[in-house]
Design a protein around this ligand. Sequence first.
Ligand SMILES: [Zn+2]
Length: 537
Amino acid sequence: MLNLLKRFSKDRSVYPRVLTNDDGQFPTQASHHASIIAIALRPGAASLFVTEEFQNHKVAREIQKRMERAGWNVSVANDTAANIQNRYSNKAGEASSTVRSISSYTAIFDQQLKSAIEERAVELRYHVRDTTCGVVHNIDGRVYRALSIDGVQGRDICSNAYTSLADRKSLEAGKNTFSAEQDQSCVIMREIDGAKYKLRYQSLPEADGGFDVTMRILPQGQRGDIPSLEKLDFTPSAIRIFKKAMRRRNGAIYMSGPVGGGKTSALYAALYRPENQRKDYILTFEDPPEYAQYGITRVPVEKIGYANAVKRALRMGAHIVMIGEIRDHEMGSVAKVLSETGQKVVTTVHVNNANQIVGRLCGEEIGLPRQTMCDMDMIAGLFYTSLLPRLCDCKLHATRENLGPRLSSELARLGVPLEGVRVPNVAGCGKCKEGRRGRLPVVEMIEPDETYLRFMRDGKDGDAKDYWLSKCTTPVTSEDVTGKPKMATALYRVAIGDLHVEDLEEGIDLLETYNHRQHPAPHEASRRHQLEVAEAA
Ligand SMILES: [Zn+2]
């Protein structure tokens, strides 16, 4: 082995670093040092940079083969001889400066993206600080630290992603180049292992000069398989209410929930029924469109504009119109006008529970009139959905010991017996991440009636909410979602062992904040009243 390579860090926890003989039998010779270099990007993944002339050279192929035999997942990228030499001549330990050129930042980024995708992450996030950069995955709604890299390198990867990989059309005016001091957003398209991904890049400056970048990972072009509401694991009563609201001739369906909480997937699942293929003409106005589905026409709103979208939908004779998200007055008006003219509108609103939807639609930013909106013909469903981690089948029985005294007594207070409750097997079973696998929806399903809408029309949002809550006649251990806030529908998932109570608290709120109010069913109440009257007599 050459002396030159020995100058590089042998600490195997440092990434990226130049691979040496210690990591495997790489027959690099001095004569190759202007043509080829292997850099470990993270455990098990490496990039092999070669000059164009060397790309198909047998030495390059041999090195790649040996690396793969030594257990490395190798991506090959082209680079200039000068850059390759530059990497070799940098000093030991300074991992960041071993990687210089734009093409190599892209290769490293693609590797990190690939590893996020392999982990089923929905978000890839960089926490860039002065000397370090944490790379984090959001998997099933929980955050896991994937690796730590050098701060300068993290900065360079994010800067390169924004500056050279962004779709230029997606850049905001005046934000053409990367800046750590600004919040910036863009869309990045990447192809990993033959599959296309759209990344929504968003940065946020940090007080000490660092910054965070979150990239939401959206798989593209998966045509055909929109899962049903059943498959998305909505419970029977939620599906019943959802489908009933869809069947009503008039009235829009408003789905609220957090970003990435499954709002759009739920609407697509509700929209897409085999019978729709012959019965309904469905248009979607989304920017950007998230699903490609046979039987649904996606209108590119960024090209024709929302104002024109209304005219098109009317002229085309659409039955159902899906609007991606109502964020401002223009989009709100589209939903209103289409509902008034008899189209079935399904759309999403970014609020944190179903009872806030009307307030948001009729609030300052969107500004729709309460008098017009709070009508049975205008609103058929006010829903909420978010996704919480699902316990893997390797889950364990809950006991007072493994739950701890606080959670045990809170569950007892809320009427959840421990028999059905489960906790994660944190060691995992190989198919899950720390005992969690996939996600399940937690919902609020309001079917507004005349009374609810009258309260809302009069601006009595609190009374409307109390009226809705008064319809709950079942304990939290019942599957029935009628009149139940998300805490209660989530507690049902805890009671049947699908959801870990700590994940509920993390995703919704502390159990202490909730009192379950179960009201007697109407017929029961009147019977009790009759009995009381009879007794009094
Ligand atoms: Zn498992």
